[in-house]
Design a protein around this ligand. Structure first.
Ligand code: DCP
Ligand code: MG
Length: 421
C-alpha cells in the first residue's frame, strides 16, 4: 500500500496588513487597510507617538490591497476602491504599500516551512502547497487519532512561521490533495488548522458555494446558477454526463471530479518550469489573409521550436496556447488542453491552429507566440495513467477523438483562415 497522500495548503492571514502591524504594533485590534502611497507614510511625532493617515481623508482612485479582520468586519476587502472603503470605514488607518517588506517576509515564512517539509510548491507571495506525505511522523496515529501525526506537523509549521516572522499567523488545510486543501485552509481563518479526509466531504465541503472551488470563477458560477446549481454538493449530485453535456467535455468532467474531491495533480516544486514559450515580433505588421503564407511559416517555426525545447528539456505539455498582439497593441491569448501531453511539433501546430480559429483576425498582427503549459515528464504522465487505471473513476485516460490524434496530413491545413467578416 502506498502511504496516503497528505497535502497541505498554507495561506498567510491578512498578509500585507499583518506585516505592517509588526512595525506598528499600536495598530493591533484596529481597522487598518493597506493601499496608500508614500504620502500616507505614518509620521513620528516629537513625543515618539505616531500619526497615521485615515481613510476619511483619502481622495484618489486607488484600491485596497488588503485589510485587517477588524476592517473586514466593516465591509472593507481586497480590491475595493479606497474611496468606497472610506465611506464604509472612515476611521480606519490607511498605510502605504511596501512590497519589498512583504517579499522579505514571504521569503522568511517559506524558509520556516522548508525546515519542516522540503517538498513545497510556491503559489505566490502568501501561499504554498506542502507535501507532507513522506515527512517523518506524518502518517502516525496519535492516541486514537489517525491524523494526529499530521496535525502535529502542521502545528509545528504554524509555530515555525510565527517564530521566524516575529508573530505572523497563517491558516493551513490538510487533505489528500491540492484542490481540497485550498478549500480547507479557508475554513477556519485566521490562525486556522483544518484537517479533512474524504469522509468529511459531505459535511464540510458540499455545503459550500460552488465558487469556493479554485477553478470555478464568476462566469462559471453564474452559468451554474442558471442551471440551478449553487453549492459544491449540487454539482456532486449531477450526473457526470449531464455536466459534460451542459459545461463541455473537459470542464464538465473536471467539475464532477472536483465536487467529489478527486484531484491527483502533483506539486510543482521549485525549479521546475511551469510553461515554455516562443514568440516573435514581426518586422512589419502582418495580416492573416494577405500575409497568410508568411504567417503560416512563422507559426510552424514557433511550434517546432517549442517542440524542440520541450524535447531537449525532457517535458511534455498538456496545454497549448497562443498569444497574438495586434497593430493597436491589444493582446489576446487562447489555449486548449490536450487529452494527452505532447512534445510533438505536428500535434502542437495542430492544437495551436485550433486556438487560432477562436480569434478574430481582422486586424494586422505585430506579434505571434506559442506556449506549452501543464508541463510534466513522460514518467509523470505514465504514473498518472497507472493511477487512473487503478482508480477508474479518475478517468485520466485519453479520450477517443482528440486533436492530438489527427493524422499528420492535417499539418497542411490552412491555419490562418480569412477573418469572419
Ligand atoms: N492582494 C492584492 N490584491 C488583491 C488580493 C490580495 O494585492 N486583490 C495581496 C494583499 C494580500 C495578499 O495579496 O495581503 C494575499 O492575498 P490573500 O487573498 O491571501 O489575502 P490576505 O492574506 O490579505 O487575507 P486572508 O487572511 O483572507 O488570506
Ligand atoms: Mg492570505
Amino acid at each position: 500500500m502506498p502511504p496516503r497522500r497528505l497535502i497541505a495548503h498554507l495561506d498567510m492571514d491578512a498578509f500585507y496588513a499583518s506585516v505592517e502591524l509588526l512595525r506598528y504594533p499600536d495598530l493591533r485590534g484596529k481597522p487598518v487597510v493597506v493601499g496608500g502611497g508614500r504620502r500616507h507614510q505614518p509620521e513620528t511625532l516629537p513625543d515618539g507617538t505616531r500619526r497615521y493617515s485615515l481613510l476619511r481623508d483619502y481622495t484618489g482612485r486607488g484600491v485596497i490591497t488588503t485589510s485587517t479582520y477588524e476592517a473586514r468586519a466593516m465591509g472593507v476587502f481586497s480590491a475595493m476602491g479606497t474611496m468606497k472603503a472610506a465611506a464604509l470605514a472612515p476611521n480606519a488607518v490607511l498605510l502605504p504599500v511596501d512590497f519589498e517588506q512583504y517579499r522579505l517576509y514571504s521569503r522568511k515564512f517559506k524558509a520556516a516551512v522548508a525546515e519542516v517539509a522540503p517538498v513545497v510548491e510556491d503559489r505566490g507571495i502568501d501561499e504554498i502547497y506542502i507535501d507532507l506525505t513522506d515527512v517523518p511522523g506524518a502518517q502516525d496515529t496519535v492516541g486514537h487519532d489517525p491524523l494526529g501525526g499530521v496535525r502535529a506537523l502542521a502545528l509545528e509549521i504554524k509555530n515555525n512561521v510565527k517564530r521566524v516572522t516575529g508573530g505572523l499567523t497563517c491558516s493551513i488545510g490538510v487533505t489528500p490533495n491540492k484542490l481540497l486543501s485550498k478549500i480547507a485552509s479557508e475554513l477556519d481563518k485566521p490562525d486556522g488548522l483544518t484537517v479533512l479526509t474524504m469522509e468529511d466531504l459531505p459535511t464540510r465541503v458540499w455545503p459550500l458555494a460552488a465558487r469556493k472551488i479554485n477553478g470555478i470563477g464568476p462566469k462559471a458560477a453564474a452559468k451554474l446558477a442558471e442551471l440551478g446549481i449553487h453549492t459544491v454538493g449540487d454539482i456532486a449530485q449531477c450526473e457526470r454526463d449531464w455536466l459534460i453535456e451542459h459545461c463541455g467535455r473537459s470542464y464538465g468532467a473536471w467539475l464532477n471530479d472536483a465536487a467529489w474531491g478527486r484531484d491527483d495533480r502533483p506539486l510543482v516544486t521549485h525549479g521546475e518550469p511551469v510553461s515554455m514559450s516562443h514568440e516573435t515580433t514581426f518586422d512589419r505588421d502582418l495580416h492573416a489573409k494577405r500575409d497568410r503564407a508568411e504567417l503560416g511559416e512563422i507559426f510552424t517555426q514557433l511550434c517546432s521550436q517549442l517542440a524542440r525545447d520541450l524535447t531537449r528539456k525532457g517535458y511534455l505539455a498538456q496545454t497549448i496556447g497562443i498569444k497574438l498582439r495586434f497593430d493597436d497593441f491589444k493582446s489576446v491569448t487562447r489555449d486548449l488542453t490536450l487529452p494527452e501531453p505532447t512534445a510533438d511539433a505536428t500535434t502542437i501546430r495542430r492544437a495551436a491552429g485550433e486556438c487560432l480559429k477562436r480569434v478574430d483576425l481582422s486586424r494586422r498582427l505585430r506579434l505571434l507566440g506559442v506556449r506549452g503549459g501543464k508541463l510534466m515528464t513522460p514518467g509523470e504522465w505514465q504514473a498518472r495513467l497507472a493511477r487512473a487505471a487503478a482508480a477508474p473513476s479518475r478517468r485520466v485516460k485519453p479520450a477517443e477523438k482528440t486533436v492530438a490524434q489527427e493524422p499528420p496530413a492535417a499539418y497542411n491545413l490552412p491555419l490562418f483562415e480569412p477573418p469572419a467578416d
